[in-house]
Ligand binder design. Structure first.
Ligand SMILES: [Zn+2]
Length: 456
């Protein structure tokens, strides 16, 4: 066992402190130019625009699988090795949908590949299993949770290329080991890491080496809730600059610069600024402009005009909830995003008590700090306004709570000193960790010390 493995098994590395001298987008561009050993951590966010279906989403694969397999307790069960031994069919139905060869890499994958071509990439540690890094040409890749590239027999460990089981998977036949023809459990399981399985040894070997060589860490499209990958930022030397490119903040980590929003949008802007070969990767010729003024809240509209926007926002939040809610909703803790609403000099909207406001339950609690809900005014609204007026105010309240990222003009991003950037597509975060290990094994909110899982 290496020292790195001991560290991640028994200890919580101390939390890194932010470097005060690295704050801005300009700093990020300079670092990208200067750095020679960049370590990139990626997650589901880099593959979203490729159309990779999210296995956790309520209306995604799981919803369809749950019809055919009513005893599938939750989306994670598809990756539970015990469930797989009992019934591998749900997993293989999922496998068919995301099997390699059906998707194209995103601008983020191409961005990482360009770093690799320019000899700047120390390693890309991906938590994804879609193999789109290889499609994009990334050579220095570690698939922390394995991939569909190979499959192994559950019994004799005989390993084959993914092409050998492709036909079976597309015909929805459970692939069987050619060397164990008479053993029923000799299933060829794609080599992705299931719950309760260890991460590939290659991950530990590479990390042991890379942690002392890295000169810049970039996290792209991952909430880093899954260990041990989540421990990497605090496990490398703390003076190494760290940049976050993600839809949401990661409150459990300290980054020097936070670029929050749609990863493709942010990477496009970075490529413009980097110039040279990176500029060829731009899918949008529009250069973004910086504003330091928060976009104004929307002007008042009658409820009839307000409805579509609100519904849209509600759907978005619904989607976000279904995607992120891996633990029970009651276990979630929302962190109010103070920076998005604090200091806004527009009069706060009227409050909207849940019991009386239509569809209010879909509103995002984190977007409404407590001070936006003066109790006296709530009572006054209840007692003195007509029902119609009250409903109108409810809708206004919800519209005014739409996040800054949705109020930004096209081609704009917001800079909030010292190190916080909001682009289109930014999302509010939930702060819970994903509990792992065997399904149902954990009941508290303490993140696990070691981790083996699939994180799409
Ligand atoms: Zn076998």
């Amino acid at each position: 066992m290496t020292l790195w493995q001991i560290i991640i098994n028994i200890s919580e590395p101390p939390k890194r402190k932010k470097r005060k001298d690295i704050n801005t987008l300009e700093d990020v561009v300079r670092l990208l130019h200067e750095s020679k050993r960049i370590l990139v951590l990626t997650g589901a966010g880099v593959s979203v625009s490729c159309g990779i279906p999210d296995f956790r989403s309520r209306d995604g694969i799981y919803a369809r699988l749950a019809v055919d397999f009513p005893d599938l307790p939750d989306p994670q069960a598809m990756f539970d090795i015990e469930y797989f031994r009992r019934d591998p069919r749900p997993f293989f139905k999922f496998a068919k949908e995301i099997y390699p060869g059906q998707f194209q890499p995103s601008p983020c994958h191409k961005f990482i590949s360009m770093m690799d071509k320019q000899k700047k990439l120390l390693r890309n540690y991906t938590q994804n299993i879609d193999t789109l890094e290889q499609v994009a040409g990334v050579q220095r890749i570690i698939q922390c949770h394995g991939s569909f590239a190979t499959a192994s027999c559950l019994v004799c460990k005989h390993k084959v290329d993914c092409e050998a089981v492709r036909e079976d998977i597309f015909n929805q036949v459970v692939p069987h080991c050619p060397r164990c023809p008479d053993i029923p459990l000799a299933i060829m399981k794609p080599d992705i890491v299931f719950f309760g399985e260890n991460l590939p040894e290659m991950f530990h070997r590479a990390m042991k080496q890379d942690k002392d060589e890295v000169d810049l860490l970039i996290v792209i499209g991952s909430s880093l809730k899954v260990r041990p990958v989540a421990l990497i930022p605090n496990s490398i030397p703390h003076e190494v600059p760290q940049v976050l490119i993600n839809r949401e903040q990661l409150p459990h980590l300290n980054f020097d610069v936070e670029l929050l929003g749609d990863c493709d949008v942010i990477v496009n802007e970075l490529c413009h600024r980097l110039g040279g070969d990176f500029e060829q990767l731009c899918f949008n010729t529009l250069r973004l402009t910086e504003t330091t003024d928060k976009p104004p809240r929307l002007p008042e509209q009658p409820p009839s005009e307000a409805l579509p926007a609100s519904s849209d926002a509600a759907q978005e939040e619904q989607k976000q909830h279904s995607t992120d809610s891996v633990t029970k909703p009651s276990e979630e803790t929302h962190s109010p995003n103070v920076t998005d609403t604090a200091g806004n000099n527009v009069t706060p909207p009227e409050p909207c008590p849940n019991a009386q406001c239509p569809s209010e339950e879909t509103a995002e609690p984190s977007e409404l700090p407590a001070e936006d809900v003066p109790k006296e005014e709530a009572a006054e609204v209840k007692s003195h306004t007509s029902n119609l007026e009250f409903r109108r105010r409810c809708w206004m309240s919800r519209i005014n709570r739409s996040p800054i990222s949705k109020r930004l003009e096209t081609g704009q991003y917001l800079f909030q000193a010292p190190n916080h950037y909001i682009f289109h597509g930014r999302r509010h975060n939930t702060t819970h960790f994903i509990q792992r290990g065997r399904v149902g094994a954990q009941t508290d909110n303490t993140p696990e010390k070691t981790q083996s899982t699939v994180h799409l």
